[in-house]
Design a protein. Sequence first.
Length: 62
Amino acid sequence: MSWVEIVAIDTVRRIAKETAEHGLELNDACPWPFDSAAGRLFKNEFIFHKAALEALAGESTT
């Protein structure tokens, strides 16, 4: 028997942002399976925030 975990979208987004800010890697940061809706959302949000942080870091060094 399988189970379903219901997670609020805002919660997934917040955790993705926080873990990206702490410099974690995607595979270590995501608490959900990547084939779940929460895992897919987490991955997209994490990559977005990681890219934004890298862009900001690049601007501060120029």
